[in-house]
Design a protein around this ligand. Structure first.
Ligand code: PGA
Length: 236
């Protein structure tokens, strides 16, 4: 069971260090734990969490090792910082920054080539679900990854229905289970659930047979709530 905290564009260096020092002291149960700070706070998080089992991952990575790509960060740069992995293809990247199934695959391949673990995100929007397209969207997004990535040892998929992200509308455990089973029928890797995971719904989501953890946004920004989610998920 893996619980990953996606901080999005929250917590600069000072706050990140403070959070990680508090996290070190918190009871996180028995799950594997990863935090994903913004780029500028990665070094502070790596430093504060060295000598612990808690991993630090980035929120994105470019596919080239270096080059004229203003504003981008490469896998070797992340490795040099001691970062363990990266999120790829988050729906906010897909919605607001032009991420496509093709660029998701390119990023995954580059990350893995340099030894980074990857959390690749998929999930349908509200209108896609309403139109009955959930299955075809998941098949397309996961299918692109399955086709493009041969070695999936260091790959985890996060199923994040876009309508559940930051909305307080969590998928029911049944909806999550159904989607996770579909993902696994296409690509046999662990699948995290993401979208309004909170201390009070973490246990029932984690109890589903094909839910292997959670990618937590808003509720990962507070040590107490993140630690509670980790402990709740530890019970299942
Ligand atoms: P949320 O975000 O938990 O705030 O809904 C999840 C995510 O976007 O990874």
């Amino acid at each position: 069971m893996l619980i990953a905290g996606n901080w999005k564009m929250f917590k600069g260096v000072g706050e990140a260090g403070e959070f990680c020092r508090a996290l070190r002291e918190a009871d996180l149960g028995t799950v594997d734990v990863v935090v994903c700070p913004p780029y500028v706070s990665l070094a502070a998080a790596v430093q504060a969490l060295s000598m612990t089992e808690i991993g630090v991952a980035a929120q994105n990575v470019h596919w080239a090792d270096d080059g004229a790509f203003t504003g981008e960060i490469s896998a070797p740069m992340l490795r040099e910082l001691g970062v363990y992995g990266t999120i790829v293809g988050h729906s906010e990247r897909r919605q607001f920054f032009g991420e496509t199934d093709d660029t998701v695959v390119k990023r995954i391949l580059a990350a893995m080539e340099h030894g980074l673990h990857v959390i690749a995100c998929v999930g349908e929007t509200a209108s896609e679900r309403e139109a009955g397209d959930t299955e075809s969207v998941i098949r397309r997004q996961v299918g692109a990854i399955a086709e493009g990535v041969a070695d999936t040892d260091d790959l985890v998929i996060a199923y994040e229905p876009v309508w559940a992200i930051g909305t307080g509308k969590t998928a029911t455990p049944e909806i999550a289970q159904e989607a996770h089973a579909l993902v696994k029928s296409i690509l046999d890797v662990p699948v995290l659930y993401g979208g309004s995971v909170k201390p009070d719904n973490a246990a029932e989501l984690a109890a589903q047979p094909d839910v292997d953890g959670a990618l937590v946004g808003g509720a990962s920004l507070d040590v107490k709530s993140f630690a509670t989610i980790c402990r709740e998920a530890s019970h299942s």
